[in-house]
Design a binder for this molecule. Sequence first.
Ligand SMILES: *Cc1c(COP(=O)(O)O)cnc(C)c1O
Length: 466
Amino acid sequence: MNGIPQALPTPPALPTLPSLPVHPDPETDAVLDSGLLHELAHAFGGPFHFLLPHRFDDNLAAFRAAAADAGVDGRVYYAKKANKAAAWIERCAATGAGVDVASSGELREVLGHGVRGENVVVTGPAKNAELLRVAVLQGALTAVDSLDELDRIVALAHTCPGRPARLLLRRLPPAQPHSRFGLDEAELEEALTRCVRAGDAVRMEGFSFHLPGYAVQPRADLGGHLVGLCLKARALGLPADRISIGGGFAVDYAASGDWHAFLAAQRPGHYHARKAFAADGFYPYHSPDAGADALRAVLASVPAGGRGGLGRGLRETGTTLLMEPGRALLDRAGASVFRVQGVKDRDGYAILTVDGTSLSLSEQWFNSEYLPDPVLVTRAGRAGGRGVHPACVGGATCLESDMLTWRKIPFPARPAVGDLLVYPNTAGYQMDSNESPFHDLPLPPKVVLETTGGRPRWRLDRRPSC
Ligand SMILES: *Cc1c(COP(=O)(O)O)cnc(C)c1O
């Protein structure tokens, strides 16, 4: 493929294994070349993740700018389920951003780091009584998923005088009638009646949805539909001045050419044990509209049956836009570091064993693979060289299936025990969604990297006492 000379008659052609390099990231490269990661691997004696919180700030600012440029009053709520680190919540508290939580534990964590209750949105199906109670007491906004949940939250609000329950009604996507989330048309009608009847006990602030996938037009369509529902609710005397369009803003990990070349080339022979992955089962590692640009595209798109873009509809009706990006706020904000603890040769490739498990790359648990190429880092920095040294990557457990990477990655040098493998851009859903202390292996710690006065510094994401 790229970089391999075509015209040389001898020696025999090197195996052309597909690869998927991530977009250039000089700042992360500087970390890889600094020697710091070997220091940290030595200190922790195991795998770890590093976090770059200023990238979160940049991504957040880009979302806010996209809304502002469309003349829309936009509020960003970080969807906490994408990563468990405290660092992101600290940034939300410091920058006045909101957080989307779906459990009592997440709500406690967010409030404990100083995010105000009024900046929290509580989503998820059939929320339990404790979660609803704290949400009401803290003035959080609750996305109501069903009529029985609405009844429970109204009853709760009656027991908390002076504290109306702030709520959104979650719309079941009409195009996905089998979704288990949200209210259908008849239920919405009934919910509005019950909100009116509840009087001062509730503050019905609008409607919400969250769609799977990353398509732009369905989000604009449903957004337009919710603006119409707001107008209808206002006619009933309810405030209904905001809509939430949920998350699902794609992350663009790799260049278009690299991604499409990879998809076209990959076949079972490129993987350990000839494992076959369906191309349509992979995350879309390249997206033309990603992150805040996807929001721009949603706001510019004309909803079905509408006259102007969604942004214009929001502006003209005085409707505030809430959004709940998870993965997209974590783009390029972290990476995962493993140490090579064994190298075994097999039929023309190596099987590496690293000191962690595939639980730190959650894609394996969807029977898929995290494809962006891991980077081989020696004590001198990123490995160079013009060779092709294929290797797959196994975890330090006794399961055949515990592979971080089944693919034979074409490394530029032969990996050796003590080298590091750095999986790039893993903060969004990869690093800790599925981690567990399987085999009594400790959970990999998270290290926050910051530059203070021109000097790189590190600290634990959570100090041992917290
Ligand atoms: C998961 C989820 C999100 C975040 O989705 P991303 O794809 O990470 O942006 C937002 N809102 C709700 C209700 C969710 O369930």
